[in-house]
Design a protein around this ligand. Structure first.
Ligand code: KG4
Ligand code: ZN
Length: 363
């Protein structure tokens, strides 16, 4: 496509209700015209995690207002849009249905094409909204629901190098926070407490370290934390800080090891790429200690590191609109019968990993 396009994006797959409008220029450069995100954090905090029914209901209550706001801030009429993109999965099915149905209704009423976007593709392509990044590149996605390495070969073409065989990394942070009686979401709380802690006090396991693949496992680490916490009985503030710091140290060392493997596998499959880009996305990418690990790995392995700013790393609709624009540019649109999907791996050819359950990989 040789002209600029404007896309409305809708994101409702988890606990953020979001709408955004982006512009994709004729040369493929991106611009965010509006990006509205309503976090449901307060609604779920009392339960220590996301409650699917509460999430779906909140999406229904707020989505139309947020879309109107996104359109107003972008200063565009529906006539000026070139497509309507919405997350069609993977995610909490009730929420995905809310957003996708809204997108279908707008597409039907305006006669504009519908683009059903894989939420993970939104994360995977965000870097290209911000700057010129050529395919192929290496993606590390670390969020509350996903922990995986992908080679992004092109729009719609992914090769998964590794994933978690049990918990997602953000989930592990959240569970450790819960064990310590810290609030939800746990990642930022664990990070803050860790700053005052001794990372060497507890020798937590480094899961799968040294293995010749790029998979992750965090449930054993979480169990080790639970045993220490139970053993300590009543926790002082210093105990909490030391557990957090020791947990972060175990995660950081594991991540450095897995990254080394991922780069090795990337280079083996793409020896022609001199300086591969490493894109880190997802809420956990905000963690300072892990950012240090990524920066050191980038220097060590000759990578161009790109960590999008937090508001584009965590769930948002600009990334969905952008993925929609990239797909539309290739003529990839969907008909109004397209279904919402709770599970939808980016790499369709991927083998299920051990522990991923009979419904397929969770992350
Ligand atoms: O990408 P995200 O906003 O939502 C999805 O899961 O899709 O990621 C949220 C996750 C939560 O598990 C949260 O605890 C974690 O990211 N997180 C962090 C930090 N900030 C958010 N984990 C570690 N350190 C942080 N600073
Ligand atoms: Zn996400």
């Amino acid at each position: 496509m040789t002209r600029a396009t404007h896309i409305l994006g809708i994101e409702t797959s988890c606990d953020e209700t979001a709408a955004a409008v982006i512009r994709r220029g004729a040369d493929g450069e991106g611009a965010i015209l509006s990006n509205v995100v309503l976090s449901q954090l307060k609604d779920h905090a009392p339960y220590g995690g996301v409650v699917p029914e509460i999430a779906a209901r909140a999406h229904v209550n707020h989505l139309d207002r947020l879309i109107a706001q996104a359109m107003r801030e972008a200063g565009l009429s529906y006539d000026e849009l070139d497509g309507i993109a919405a997350t069609a999965g993977p995610g909490l099915l009730g929420g995905v249905i809310v957003g996708l149905t809204m997108a279908k209704a707008i597409a039907l009423a305006t006669g504009k094409p519908l683009i059903a976007v894989n939420h993970l593709e939104g994360h995977a392509l965000t870097a290209r909204l911000l700057q010129k990044v050529d395919f192929p590149y290496l993606l590390l996605l670390i969020s509350g629901g996903h922990t995986q390495f992908q080679i992004v070969e092109g729009v719609g073409t992914y090769h998964r190098l590794g994933t978690t065989i049990d918990d997602a990394l953000g989930e592990a942070f959240d569970k450790v926070a819960k064990l310590l009686g810290l609030g939800y979401p746990g990642g930022p709380q664990v990070e803050a407490r860790a700053r005052q802690g001794d990372p060497a006090r507890f020798d937590f396991p480094r899961p799968l370290k040294g293995r010749k693949d790029c998979n992750f496992s965090f449930s054993g680490l979480k169990t080790a934390v639970r045993e220490v916490v139970t053993g300590l009985g009543t926790l002082t503030d210093q105990d909490v800080a030391d557990v957090c710091a020791s947990f972060e140290a175990a995660v950081a060392e594991t991540m450095a090891d897995r990254l080394r493997m991922a780069v090795h596998l990337f280079r083996a499959s793409h020896p022609e790429v001199q300086r591969p880009a490493l894109i880190v996305a997802g809420g956990v990418a905000a963690n300072r200690k892990l950012k240090d690990v990524f920066e050191q790995a980038a220097a060590l392995h000759g990578l161009s590191l790109i960590v999008p700013p937090p508001r584009l790393c965590t769930d948002n609709a600009a990334m969905i609109a952008w993925a929609g624009a990239e797909r539309l540019a290739l003529g990839l649109t969907d008909d109004l019968g397209v279904a919402a999907r709770a599970r939808w791996p980016l790499d369709q050819a991927q083998a299920p990993v051990y522990g991923s359950g009979k419904l397929g990989a969770k992350a």
